[in-house]
Design a protein around this ligand. Structure first.
Ligand code: FAD
Length: 308
């Protein structure tokens, strides 16, 4: 056996699980296909993680990575392409090699949800973006719109207001999921809110020039000239690997787990955004902790769970 535990995904959930597992003496490997840290690397500022009143996502990710490495978590940078389970052994195949392990934690997180409207794919990288932190600086002094009504949309709009000449926040309802303080922050930064409105089409020649809008209450159509649009309407879980081995997911693709982060497949656990819920760093961390302690029981103390 190469490792007792392999964790797929090095975001906050996977990193926390790794720290807890190694501190319980479990030989652990985290496999990460991108950059260790996960989605928080895209967060310009995190202000709701206890102990860090205001921290950049990259700084928080680096602290977590250093912490994990410091306690002895091992890392491989590569994409997990296939998982096989059988006979108590899990085989994990990456772009580099195949590993065997006793237990598996899936913490693959989530990625942006597309709007799925005409022109969105055509203008990807030519005005359409899903990451304000990554692409925002390209729109210095220009007009941009952010689509969405949650925390991330407000955060993106407030961040872009420091770069762009004008920022619109377009939301399909007139009420928002975002926290009041984030809405207030965006408003104070001069973001203009356009509510009850959906985007119907992205238009332009080579680069994005305008979007066609529809008011969902009046049915009225209009055009808005913008150079950039940041789609920030939530995420979809990365559950394909879990499905390969028969792990149950709900109708939206979130992995189903019990209160101990245990899936329906023996020795396979899941935590963080891939299991749904409120999709926050704090919950990813909490679930990572629980998953690792469940793995500890599974590997070292299986009799704890035996019922007479
Ligand atoms: C712009 C933005 C701002 C945010 N702001 C906040 C905030 O202020 N406060 C807050 O609490 N939360 C915030 N969040 C949400 C927070 O980042 C997530 O809830 C958290 O990162 C979830 O952690 P996770 O480990 O479950 O998943 P992720 O962070 O998504 O990490 C999963 C990791 O798995 C890797 N992976 C996926 N598939 C594979 C594979 N096949 N092989 C190997 N690796 C794989 C991915 O590359 C990724 O690094 C923000 C998110 C974004 C995008």
């Amino acid at each position: 056996m190469d490792f007792e535990l392999i964790i797929v995904g090095g975001g906050p959930a996977g990193l926390c699980a790794g720290i807890y597992a190694v501190r319980r003496g479990i030989k652990t490997l985290i496999i990460e296909k991108g950059v260790v840290g996960g989605q928080i690397l895209l967060a310009p500022e995190i202000g709701n993680y206890p102990g860090f009143p205001s921290v950049s996502g990259t700084d928080l990710a680096k602290s977590m990575e250093d912490h994990a490495k410091g306690v002895g978590v091992e890392f491989e940078l590569g994409e997990v392409l296939r998982i096989e389970v059988g006979g108590g052994i899990k085989k994990v195949t990456t772009s580099n090699r195949t590993y065997e392990c006793n237990a598996l934690i899936i913490s693959t997180g989530a990625i942006h949800r597309p709007l799925n409207v005409a022109g969105e794919k055509d203008f990807l990288g030519k005005g359409v973006s899903y990451c304000a932190t990554c692409d925002g600086p390209l729109f210095k002094g220009k007009k941009v719109a952010v689509i969405g009504g949650g925390n991330h949309a407000c955060e993106d709009a407030a961040y872009l207001a420091d770069i762009a000449e004008k920022v619109f926040l377009i939301h399909r309802r007139d009420s928002f999921r975002a926290e009041e303080c984030r809405l207030e922050h965006a408003k104070n930064k001069g973001v203009e809110f356009i509510t009850d409105t959906v985007v119907e089409e992205f238009e332009g020649d080579v680069l994005l020039e305008k979007i066609r809008l529809k008011n969902v209450k009046s049915g009225g159509e209009s055009e808005l000239s913008v150079n950039g649009v940041f789609v920030s309407i939530g995420v979809v879980p990365l559950y394909a690997l879990a499905e390969q081995i028969g792990v149950s997911v709900d109708e939206r693709g979130y992995i189903l787990v019990d209160e101990n982060q245990i899936t329906n497949v023996g020795g396979v656990y899941a935590c963080g955004d891939v299991t749904g819920g409120v999709l926050q760093v704090a919950t990813a961390i909490g679930e990572g902790c629980v998953a690792a302690l469940s793995v500890y029981e599974y590997i070292r103390k299986p009799y704890w769970r035996k019922v007479d």
